[in-house]
Ligand binder design. Structure first.
Ligand code: GCU
Length: 347
């Protein structure tokens, strides 16, 4: 007799069962008409990450304010695939929302390039004020209408810095010959070229294994990646060159958003604001805790290199992006005004 083989259910079958069958049942007849509308949101962080905490607050808010007419389901940890997969699911309406890094959205609209520029914001205050200004964000957030989705709010993802397995990064020269994972965005690849390292684009979920198996020598991200994603178990040097402040963006399927009756849409919009506020509060606490854990338990060394050579190397990217996409020039200029108002602490 053949031995019994335990076989896993392929992810696409699970996704089919999870998404399509209940939707078909809900569309299928009046016996289901009192069922709540299921609202699915996917993201790639853990359940203790500020992103998940904020989305859970949104779920509870919608539950409380909508008399059970909508049921929000939050899918963490790349359960529905990588961010790129989730953006595509949101485009088609297979899911209703997902959180995507601004970095990968630039392949859906060039306008997103602006927030991927290294050293765009002079300080965290300038970044926060600019991102809170609808005159700055609206032309970007609505730029993907034709692609089937719209951005509804942004989330803080801190500052991005280089971290490496064994070679401390004190200046751009130290990046030479190193394979550094970057997000899948042309701007990030060009940034690494200008800094002299070798860009290795890949999805977030693959980075830990790539570090551990020496496929890459390092990566770049905020401090949470060290602890929440375990990268600090492998990488022992984290250098505050502060090259980017790339926001995460909550995007929603256009057909779903437009299908909401006016009074429901107002409550959803209040919910988006709540996500932004809860996430930002949680973010500050989470980064402090991550730094403490990385230094204490993972023995990661934090380094503070002179940022000036990094800034100088990256600066040509501002000019090339603006030349290739003059439409974003007014937004760039408006951000410079925030930079003047909220300069870096060093100035
Ligand atoms: C951060 C960001 C994520 C992104 C990740 C990455 O963690 O919050 O949205 O996916 O960086 O580097 O891919």
């Amino acid at each position: 007799m053949k031995p019994y083989k335990k076989r896993g259910c392929p992810a696409y079958i699970l996704l089919f069962a999870l998404i399509l069958i209940p939707s078909a049942l809900m569309l299928g007849g009046c016996s289901y008409s009192r069922q709540p509308r299921i609202v699915r949101i996917g993201h790639n962080q853990s359940t203790s990450h500020p992103t998940h905490i904020a989305l859970a607050a949104f779920r509870d808010y919608i539950h409380e304010h909508m008399e059970g007419r909508y049921q929000v389901e939050v899918y963490p940890s790349e359960l529905l695939g990588s961010q790129t997969d989730m953006v595509q699911l949101t485009q088609t309406g297979a899911i209703d929302y997902c959180i995507a890094s601004n970095a990968i959205l630039e392949t859906f609209s060039k306008n997103y390039e602006i927030f991927n520029l290294p050293y765009l914001f002079a300080s965290a205050d300038s970044y926060h004020h600019a991102m809170d200004d609808p005159d700055i964000t609206a032309p970007i957030f609505t730029a993907t209408q034709k692609a089937g989705f719209t951005a509804v709010t942004w989330l803080d993802a801190g500052t991005r810095n280089f971290y490496t397995v064994s070679k401390p990064i004190e200046s751009p020269a130290d990046l030479k010959g190193l394979k550094i994972r970057v997000q899948q965005s042309p701007t990030n690849i060009e940034m690494m070229r200008l800094l002299g390292g070798s860009a290795t684009p890949m999805g977030f979920g693959d980075v830990y294994t790539a570090l551990q198996s020496n496929i890459i020598d390092g990566a770049e991200n905020n401090e949470m990646a060290l602890t929440d994603n375990g990268h600090g178990d492998v990488c022992k040097y984290y250098s505050y060159d502060m090259h980017q402040m790339v926001p995460d963006i909550l995007i929603g399927n256009n057909a779903f958003i437009e299908s909401l009756p006016e009074e429901d849409r107002i409550i959803f919009e209040e919910g988006y604001r709540l996500i932004n506020q809860v996430q930002r509060k949680e973010w500050v606490k989470a980064v402090d805790a991550a730094r403490e854990k990385a230094a204490g338990q993972q023995k990661v060394q934090f380094l503070y290199p002179d940022q000036e050579p990094f800034v100088r190397a990256c600066f040509p990217l501002h000019q090339s992006v603006l030349q290739n996409n003059p439409a974003i020039r007014p937004i760039y200029d408006a951000i410079q005004e925030y930079n003047t108002r909220y300069p870096s602490a060093a100035e």
